[in-house]
Design a protein around this ligand. Structure first.
Ligand SMILES: [Zn+2]
Length: 364
């Protein structure tokens, strides 16, 4: 496995350094492959994967980027009128292709998303089902036509590499090289960091007139938590009572909505992943996975209150899928086990991972 891992990182580095990045689709493809792999820990490598499985991740990534970018510094410009702001070159959909001069030349995926806005007021969860399905269908086509077979083209080789995957039996299918899906899952945070950094650098280059700090551009491109976490407090209070999920002490006035599976390791907001905690417990846990005692409580809470939580998530238009959340947990704990990582037990207390997580998550 070690050699597959080092080969994977070497190949990834080569694709990033030697690949031609005209637009941003390849970055989105890398992130989508990584997220898909984390969500599919039991993937059998002889199965072909349909590109439609990657399309929802593309949609998630590009959705916020189809909105106009309005840096705070422009709106705060002293003496600037509304008209100034409106006609400022900084307001508009950010360019993502080298050579793109106008918004109407925006990548097809951004145009497709933009066209759907009027049907849902800008909220992805309010999209009518038929529009959503049509959008995913178009994205599947876009991925197949554009980045899927260009990702593995590097300047120092005449032929595209097949270090990650090869064509499947139909044009929408791919077949991973042995061990590669597992590598994508193991290195998902690394792939995500590298691809996001490359994506951001690319957008900054394509939009040289943008005012505002790069951090502003980053939080626009990749908003941390798109859902109104505040909306989750009341249903979580109902199932948790006035007790911190981790230390069980009364919550008090300041309450944090915490990602049980750390956001840095899996960047999709799924409803069942949220718990209420003290800000201090939340900060102490930070990017660490919680210990098995907490994992057990999290699984039990979601099982016991499943229907109630599902209804609350639906009402608030928060994506949720308990089976998917459990699969993601399986991937992340398997990686921690592989790394021999320590789990967070309580403020300032870490313990080496123990195989108990396998029983809890039903891993043989
Ligand atoms: Zn606490």
């Amino acid at each position: 496995m070690e050699s597959t891992h080092s080969q994977f990182v070497t190949n990834l580095q080569r694709l990033l350094l030697e690949g031609d990045f005209v637009g941003t689709y390849k970055f989105a493809l890398l992130i989508s492959l990584a997220r898909w792999a984390v969500e599919n820990p039991n993937f059998e490598s002889d199965r072909e994967v349909d590109v439609s499985e990657l399309a929802p991740h593309f949609l998630d990534l590009y959705w916020p980027q189809a909105q106009p970018f309005a840096p705070a510094s422009t709106t705060r410009e002293p003496g600037a009128t509304y008209e100034d702001v409106l006609h400022s070159p900084m307001i508009g959909v950010l360019h993502q292709d080298r050579g793109q001069k106008e918004d109407r030349q925006a990548p097809r995926i951004l145009k497709d998303i933009h066209q759907s806005y009027h049907e849902c007021g800008g909220s992805i969860r309010a999209l009518p089902e038929s529009t959503h399905a049509r959008l995913l269908q178009r994205i599947r086509e876009t991925i197949t036509v554009n980045p899927l077979w260009r990702l593995q083209v590097v300047r120092s080789s005449k032929e595209p590499l097949t270090t990650l995957y090869r064509p499947g039996r139909t044009r929408f299918k791919i077949r991973f090289e042995p061990g590669i899906a597992r590598c994508f899952s193991h290195f998902a945070p690394l792939v995500e960091e590298l691809a996001r950094a490359g994506w951001m650098r690319h957008v900054l280059r394509c939009n040289p007139k943008i005012l505002g700090a790069p951090s502003q551009v980053e939080s626009f491109l990749f908003p941390d938590s798109r859902n109104a976490l505040a909306a989750l407090r009341s249903p979580l209070f109902e199932v948790q009572g006035d007790a911190c999920f981790y230390c069980t002490e009364p919550l008090g006035r300041k309450v944090a909505v915490d990602h049980f599976l750390p956001w840095s390791k899996y960047r999709r907001d799924l409803g069942h992943n949220f718990v209420l905690a003290h800000p201090t417990c939340n900060r102490s846990k930070s990017d660490l996975l919680a210990g098995c005692h907490h994992l057990e409580n999290w699984i039990k809470r979601n099982a016991r209150h499943g229907p109630f939580l599902a209804e609350a998530f639906e009402e608030r238009r928060i994506p949720h899928d308990m089976a998917l959340s459990l699969r993601v947990a399986q991937s992340l704990y398997a990686l921690a086990d592989f790394e021999g990582a320590e789990l967070w037990v309580g403020s300032g207390v870490l313990k080496p991972i123990h195989s108990e997580w396998k029983d809890l998550l039903g891993v043989a």
